[in-house]
Design a protein around this ligand. Structure first.
Ligand code: UDP
Length: 424
């Protein structure tokens, strides 16, 4: 096999370490995506190297996930946590170290798949130097994000400029939902090649336990109505909307409600402020007794939480895809989500859950109550939800589609084919 057709790929995820614990600080969907895509591609015979930035000295330089999939941590600035908005100046060192790694290991990546705008810049530099083909997944679009935040960071104009450049120059952009593709076209550029390949989830892991067993394991009474949130503590995740919606539910008095807000790191980390703020609102609304904050939930225990819930709520102000929604759905639990972005693609209202306008407390309260009050309908929604994920959003299916795309991009051009065959 020559280097042109070799099944080798570098996945680049500067700030989203695929080997790190998920659910705290900035570790979320991107980390999960890169890791699962990498491992599933490895199963399909790809040699997968996933590059990320080292954030502390104790971290191993190389983490071997499977025989042909590994995470490689490169130095870029001093090894400490740096919020993503402050990472841009560290990137030239990241590029140098990635080139150095290739040289030392006699590897040249003909194909790279970059994740988030910071990595797209790294990829564009490698492309200039090495002529590789570049696939890019945004995970979040500045043009959308800056419409939903009050203060725009200093780096905003740089990010917007790079996000336009990558759309117009990458060999292929992967949008994870039709809604994301639409935003690219309407807010970023009409140029560039976009394929839609969704995010996936582990359909064996999520769905491996039923509600009764899950409740027994978590010691939750079978009659209690459980409302679940899973995700990072970030104001844009809309946890406040959920808390206020549960406070005004019409079901208090008729049912025992339990609100579980999972995710987040220990106090003192960058997401601690939002957690303190939410805990304060919970206390002010008199909900402390029936609200719990179990903290970061490992991927091993998460299926039990999803299965135990009557409804999983994803109240984000915006979500390009939203892995939590499909994890809950795969676990047979209906989802109430904001009517935005990728959630409009994954959640089919009235079939697998309900959608409510973002930040609309009344809308969320009504939707949550509708599902909880009708257990037969809830079960029907849950069954349809699982079915939808199994047919559309398994990691294996996603990796197959990516593998096909990569293979296509690695095909030699007509000119190269002629050169390779030695015909002049
Ligand atoms: N997650 C986790 N433990 C937690 C909280 C979140 O493993 O305590 C995982 C969750 O299962 C999902 C990911 O973090 O796979 C969050 O992805 P999503 O796309 O929903 O949101 P993002 O973090 O990308 O904004």
């Amino acid at each position: 096999m020559n280097s042109r057709t070799e099944k080798r790929i570098a996945l680049i995820s500067v700030h989203g370490d695929p080997a790190i614990e998920i659910g705290k600080e900035e570790a979320g969907g991107q980390n999960v995506y890169v890791r699962h895509v990498g491992e599933a591609l490895g199963e399909l015979g790809w040699q997968v190297d996933m590059f990320t930035r080292r954030v502390n000295l104790e971290q191993e330089t190389i983490v071997q996930h499977t025989s042909n999939c590994r995470t490689i941590r490169l130095e870029a600035g001093s090894p400490e946590f740096v919020p993503r908005d402050n990472l841009f100046t560290k990137l030239p060192e990241f590029v140098d170290n990635l080139l150095e790694f290739q040289k030392n290991n006699h590897i040249t990546y003909r194909l790279i798949h970059t994740n988030y705008w910071l990595s797209s810049w790294v990829g564009m530099q490698l492309k200039k130097i090495q002529g590789c083909s570049q696939v890019h997944t945004y995970h979040s679009l500045g043009a959308v994000k800056y419409n939903t935040v009050k203060t725009v960071p200093l780096i905003a104009s740089k990010r917007l400029q790079i996000e336009k450049q990558i759309l117009e120059t990458a060999e292929r952009i992967v949008a994870t939902s039709p809604q994301e593709q639409q935003h690219m076209r309407s807010l970023v550029s009409s140029k560039g090649d976009i394929d839609i390949i969704p995010c996936g989830t582990d359909i064996q892991r999520f769905g491996c336990i039923d509600r009764t067993a899950a409740r027994a394991k978590l010691r939750i009474d079978p009659e209690t109505k459980v409302i679940l949130y899973v995700g990072r503590f970030d104001p844009r995740k809309g946890i406040e909307t959920l808390v206020r919606a549960v406070a005004q539910s019409k079901l208090h008095g008729s049912y025992n409600l339990q609100l579980i807000i999972g995710g987040g790191s220990r106090p003192g980390h960058s997401d601690g402020d939002e957690r303190d703020r939410i805990e304060k609102i919970v206390a002010e609304l008199g909900m402390t007794e029936f609200t719990s904050f179990p903290g970061r939930l490992s991927q091993d225990i998460l299926p039990t939480y999803y299965a135990a819930a009557d409804v999983c709520v994803v109240p984000s102000h915006y979500e390009p895809f939203g892995l939590v929604a499909i994890e809950a759905m795969a676990s047979g639990t209906p989802v109430v989500a904001s009517d935005v972005g990728g959630l409009q693609f994954t959640v089919v209202p009235g079939e697998t859950g309900l959608l409510a306008p973002p930040q609309n407390v009344d809308g969320f309260a009504t939707a949550i109550d509708r599902i909880i009050i009708n257990p037969q309908w809830r079960d029907k929604l849950g069954e349809a939800a699982r079915k939808r994920v199994v047919t559309k959003f398994s990691w294996d299916g996603v990796a197959q589609q990516l593998s096909q795309l990569y293979t296509e991009l690695l095909q030699p051009t007509v000119k190269e084919a002629v050169l390779l065959s030695g015909v002049s």
